[in-house]
Design a protein around this ligand. Structure first.
Ligand code: SF4
Ligand code: SF4
Length: 140
């Protein structure tokens, strides 16, 4: 069994096609969806863990790319620079896994590294540039 965290970008032309359905049905892959969104340009974004037999996995990625989907393997680690973070909370709105969240009652913005999928969505969202991408942990 092979598993990887992926960020998939669907161009507007294919966003309404049953691409994920075919990925499961034709390539026998399983997925755990962490985030799905459509941006104002009507492009789709999905963050998911995809798993299956290595051969099926490779063929599934080939199918995705052939269908026009941009596939990015998440192969980095994201950390928070605590000196830069000023606890504004902006990042919690984009974090698909809940790794960045607000804890009550003191409303502290917590970064829980174990829940981070390294999707990097928080990096451009942080006004203080506190979320940093570190060394690769897997081959891309
Ligand atoms: S957006 Fe940046 S500065 Fe604001 S809480 Fe998140 S990491 Fe800290
Ligand atoms: S990279 Fe940032 S947005 Fe993505 S899961 Fe980790 S903390 Fe959340």
């Amino acid at each position: 069994m092979h598993a990887e965290m992926l960020v998939l970008q669907f161009p507007r032309e294919v966003v309404d096609q049953p691409i994920i359905y075919r990925l499961v049905k034709d390539f026998d892959l399983e997925f755990n969806l962490l985030r799905a969104a459509i941006n104002p340009r009507q492009e789709g974004l999905m963050v998911m863990e995809l798993r299956g037999h290595p051969k099926d996995f490779r063929q599934g990625l080939k199918y995705l790319r052939g269908a026009g989907v941009k596939v990015r393997r998440v192969a980095r680690e994201v950390s928070r620079n605590e000196e830069r973070c000023y606890q504004c909370g902006t990042c919690t709105a984009v974090c698909p896994t809940g790794a960045l969240h607000i804890e009550r009652p003191d409303m502290a913005v917590v970064f829980e590294a174990a829940r981070c999928s390294a999707c990097e969505l928080c990096c451009p969202a942080c006004p203080a540039h506190a979320m940093e991408v570190r060394l690769n942990r897997a081959a891309v």
